[in-house]
Design a protein around this ligand. Structure first.
Ligand SMILES: Nc1ncnc2c1ncn2[C@@H]1O[C@H](COP(=O)(O)OP(=O)(O)OP(=O)(O)O)[C@@H](O)[C@H]1O
Length: 338
């Protein structure tokens, strides 16, 4: 299996075939319609619809118990749904499980390893299970160990790895067969700041190579930096989806700061723009620097506000979204559902 580019699924016709223009658009990596799964009386998934695009990182966001792990287990073919449809790169993980699994890389939130095997042996065992050609497997495993910065631990028993190092080994394991679709459950948990940055860069690269990346996390600021799209789950249902464009267009809170807080608030009052304190406390002098929070309509609204403030002579020093788009959308949804 090629190490640097995923093979096209066998049922995708060649780009030169008749009707190639319509097929040039990659099929969605993950499609889910009306998915349901109960555990006894608990309806863990109660009507999930989602599309995760090939070539994009999609964030899976939701409170504890909202069904994220259950959904990922169904997508990975490890849990059979009660009803609904799932397609992984066009394949049903229940009725066409071999094809779906061959295209799926799965990284669970807690990754158990066989502690007596070395990091290299763990990966070689999985490469074997995924039928990666033996002649290629060794090079592939070395490459992945380097990617997740574990080369120096390659021949150490997995038992000596720290939690974060085990997470990184889990990521390498998910990639060993060069999957088209990656399912990652809380991949950053236990990682140090450097490893989180590396993870972000790696997931971006994998998506840019045309893979589908679905990633769940509670750290919304982190997802914000890497995700193109987002799907929100609440009580087993998809409650909203959000694309990068939606995030840029939506109403958001901005933190605006000026050399003189009084000049800023006087101008906002005169312009009829509502604002609230930024929680940083009152500045000391009457003309001291300070900031406020202002709700604006997307980036266009923010640009207009800043232009007008500067034109009016307000000595602005900074302005930026007060929280990430995902965090704001998440909190707004929670608010709506109260
Ligand atoms: N094997 C199981 N048996 C019984 N109930 C389960 C099982 N797995 C999950 N559940 C229940 O299904 C619901 C969804 O759980 P799930 O683990 O999918 O949520 P989650 O969104 O991943 O939560 P978290 O953010 O806390 O990881 C919860 O109410 C949970 O208690």
């Amino acid at each position: 299996m090629a190490a640097d580019a995923p093979p096209p699924p066998p049922d995708v016709p060649a780009a030169t075939a008749p009707g190639a223009a319509a097929l040039a658009v990659a099929p969605p990596g993950i499609e889910v319609v009306g998915l349901r799964r109960a555990f006894g009386t608990v309806r863990a998934l109660d009507g999930v619809d989602l599309v995760a695009r090939a070539g994009a990182v999609t964030a899976l966001v939701g409170p504890n118990g909202s069904g994220k792990t259950t959904l990922l287990l169904v997508l990975a073919g490890l849990l059979v749904p009660d009803s609904g449809q799932v397609r992984i790169a066009g394949h049903d993980p229940v009725t066409d499980s071999a094809a779906a699994r061959a295209r799926t890389g799965w990284m669970p939130d807690a990754f158990g390893t066989w502690d007596s095997l070395t990091a290299r042996e763990v990966l070689l065992t999985f490469a074997d299970a995924y039928r990666v050609e033996r002649t290629r497997a060794a090079a592939r495993v070395d490459e992945l160990l380097a990617t997740v910065h574990l080369s120096e631990y390659a021949d150490q028993p997995a038992a000596v790895l720290s939690r974060g190092q085990k997470q990184r080994l889990g990521l390498a394991r998910a990639l060993v067969h060069d999957p088209q679709v990656l399912l990652l459950d809380e991949p950053a948990s236990g990682l140090d700041p450097r490893s989180r940055v590396d993870l972000r860069i790696l997931l971006r690269r994998l998506a840019d190579e045309g893979r589908t990346v679905l990633v769940s996390s509670h750290v919304l600021s982190e997802l914000d930096e890497m995700a193109d799209d987002a799907v929100f789950l609440s009580r087993g249902r998809t409650v909203a989806g959000m694309s990068e464009a939606d995030a840029a267009a939506g109403r958001r809170t901005w933190h605006v700061r000026a050399l003189s807080l009084r000049a800023l608030t006087d101008w906002l009052d005169a312009s009829g723009v509502r604002y609230r304190p930024d929680g940083a406390g009152r500045p000391e002098g009457p003309d001291a620097a300070g900031g406020v929070l202002v709700d604006v309509d997307g980036e266009t609204g923010a640009a207009a506000l800043l232009r007008d403030a500067v034109t009016a002579g307000v000595p602005l020093v900074s302005s930026a979204p007060a929280a990430g788009a995902l965090e704001q959308a998440y909190l707004a949804l929670e608010e709506e559902r109260r």
